[in-house]
Design a protein around this ligand. Structure first.
Ligand SMILES: *[C@@H]1O[C@H](CO)[C@@H](O)[C@H](O)[C@H]1NC(C)=O
Ligand SMILES: *[C@@H]1O[C@H](CO)[C@@H](O)[C@H](O)[C@H]1NC(C)=O
Ligand SMILES: *[C@@H]1O[C@H](CO)[C@@H](O)[C@H](O)[C@H]1NC(C)=O
Ligand SMILES: [Zn+2]
Length: 521
């Protein structure tokens, strides 16, 4: 079955007929020389997002018109994005299509349409002996990472999702191995869902201290940049008693909630996505390399890791082109870290795609045929960070003149690099700031977008197809216009793992959070 699917995608995008008689394609033999699978999700990154960042770099770094990004050079097709109940998916259903290779309803975290948990590619990989990882710039309990290792009927059940990620406080329904709690390495944000409600940084609705429970379960926990940096690279391990044993499992959460937008990130506080990825690959590679001393088992087939550029999407929701741009460039950088790893470990496959497009970004608005990438260059901060500062200023003064003065004197010239602003740009931002965070972020984003001649059709997602990219081992087997569930099937076939067996081990996993109250968005 595995080779058949590969063959179909490789050779006949249109016809699924008569494939059972086809001979295996060269290199498509199950498992031959395959080791690791790195799956990357650029959340909310559409084809226009790639064009935006490419044109920016071409212009700003004086690149040739033929210059392509790390992703351009590995384009293999497109991914279709709909969920089971709507043509416009959310990230929960989008990630479930990849992780379970099944459609579900928007909001569903690795569950089927009938609310039953479905085994994921990560869980099935773990059952087969692979070492597993999740890296994201969002909260680790957020929809995309959650859908690889947790099961919930609603993406906002993050109390329950966090418990499942570390297999804690579930009354023995779960167990390492079969069941849940299958992730060996987690890097990202979202510490607050691991801390009790009464803790200063906590955001749970109960008093469970999952941080402590994870430590009791053997997790090494990290929360600071310093701890991240001190996590020695495997090749340095020989001299260090601390590193003689494998550092896995490991839980590194470097922000209370989401990690910072790349444009706002203070490198002294938080590692970048590319840094978390480089360290994760080092650790997973060492743990699965039978020739190094700290590998737990010489029979480990390799590793599976999902890496998410999460805030590309959130900048799209904010209609904030500069934050979108900088998170895309950091994602490219991460792709280049992964490609470099594959050049040294050619038994590894990278697949990168998006769950959906966000914002309905267009490059150009009526009436002229042009847009100005250089408008984004002087922008220093995300709309999110600007609006939280304005909200604060408004709290302090509640004086509209003070707010407008701050917009004229600081926000427009210093943060956005706009010195010849108009009175209406100032009042657009100040009146939106009084309406709330969402209106404010859109107003700031639209001032920059209008000057750059960029358009947005929505503060949500769209149903557009997105790019599909692959590099490394058997990447030539992935071709054409695929449904998101077919991308999931490809991952499963590459690892040659059994989703049905993983599903069977999940029957007792609680998918509903007790006392859950749906937040209003
Ligand atoms: C675990 O059991 C205790 C006592 O029976 C109960 O209060 C708690 O809600 C249970 N937790 C879960 C996650 O089922
Ligand atoms: C395993 O580790 C050894 C020693 O560091 C290295 O030479 C070898 O290339 C590694 N193998 C893989 C598959 O990474
Ligand atoms: C502001 O200055 C820029 C660069 O000189 C110019 O392109 C733009 O049209 C000006 N905008 C306004 C509103 O004056
Ligand atoms: Zn989104």
């Amino acid at each position: 079955m595995a080779c058949m699917r590969l063959l179909i995608w490789a050779l006949t995008a249109q016809s699924f007929v008569a494939s059972s008689h086809a001979a295996p394609a060269p290199g498509a033999k199950t498992g031959q020389g395959r080791r690791n699978l790195i799956f990357m999700i650029s959340d909310g990154f559409g084809i226009a997002s790639e064009g935006l960042a490419r044109a920016y770099i071409q212009q700003h770094s004086s690149r040739d018109i033929k210059w392509g990004s790390m992703l351009d050079n590995m384009l293999v097709g497109t991914t279709r994005t709909r969920s089971s109940n709507t043509l416009v998916t959310d990230s929960a259903a989008g990630a479930t299509a990849f992780s379970c290779a099944k459609k579900t309803v928007n909001g569903g975290i690795a569950i089927t349409d009938d609310n039953m948990p479905c085994g994921t590619v990560l869980e099935a990989a773990k059952r087969k002996g692979y070492t597993t990882g999740l890296v994201t710039t969002a909260r680790i309990s957020h929809a995309t990472p959650a859908a690889f290792a947790a099961h919930a009927v609603d993406r906002d059940m993050e109390d329950l999702i966090a418990q499942q990620l570390v297999d804690a406080g579930l009354n023995g329904t779960a167990a390492f191995g079969p069941g849940i709690g299958n992730v060996d390495l987690m890097f990202g944000g979202g510490r607050c869902f691991f801390l009790p409600q009464s803790s200063p940084d906590g955001c749970r609705s109960d008093e469970l201290d999952l941080w402590q429970m994870a430590q009791n379960r053997g997790f090494r926990t990290l929360s600071s940049r310093k701890q991240f940096d001190n996590l020695l690279k495997p090749q340095d391990a020989a001299d260090s008693a601390e590193n003689l044993q494998s550092p896995l499992p490991i839980l590194g959460l470097f922000a209370r909630s989401h990690m910072a937008y790349e444009i706002d990130r203070n490198p002294k506080d938080q590692p970048a996505l590319s840094e978390m990825t480089a360290k994760a690959l080092d650790i997973l590679n060492a743990a699965t390399n039978s020739t190094t001393s700290n590998a737990p088992s010489s029979s480990s087939p390799g590793f599976f890791i999902m890496i998410e550029g999460a805030r590309i999407d959130m900048a799209g929701h904010d209609n904030d082109p500069a934050a979108h741009l900088h998170d895309i460039i950091e994602y490219w950088k991460t792709v280049s870290v992964v490609r470099d790893f594959i050049d040294h470990n050619p038994d590894t496959l990278l697949v990168s795609t998006s769950d959906h497009e966000t914002g309905g970004l267009t490059l150009g608005i009526d009436p002229e045929y042009l847009w100005y990438p250089e408008t984004l260059h002087p922008v220093r901060r995300s709309a999110e960070s600007i609006c939280s500062e304005l909200h604060h200023a408004e709290d302090i003064s509640s004086d509209h003149n003070v707010l407008e003065a701050h917009i004229r004197n600081v926000v427009l010239p210093t943060y956005l690099g706009i010195t010849n602003f108009t009175a209406s740009e100032v009042s657009d931002i100040s009146s939106a700031a009084l309406k709330g965070a969402k209106a404010c972020k859109h107003a700031v984003g639209h001032v920059v977008s209008n000057r750059a001649h960029l358009g947005w059709t929505t503060g949500g997602h769209t149903g557009a197809d997105v790019g599909l990219y692959a590099y490394g081992k058997e990447s030539s087997q992935l071709r054409g216009s695929l449904d998101n569930t077919q991308v999931g099937e490809f991952l499963v076939d590459y690892l040659d793992v059994d989703l049905q067996a993983a599903t069977k081990s999940l029957v007792h996993v609680p998918t509903i959070q007790k006392g859950f109250v749906k937040r209003k968005h």
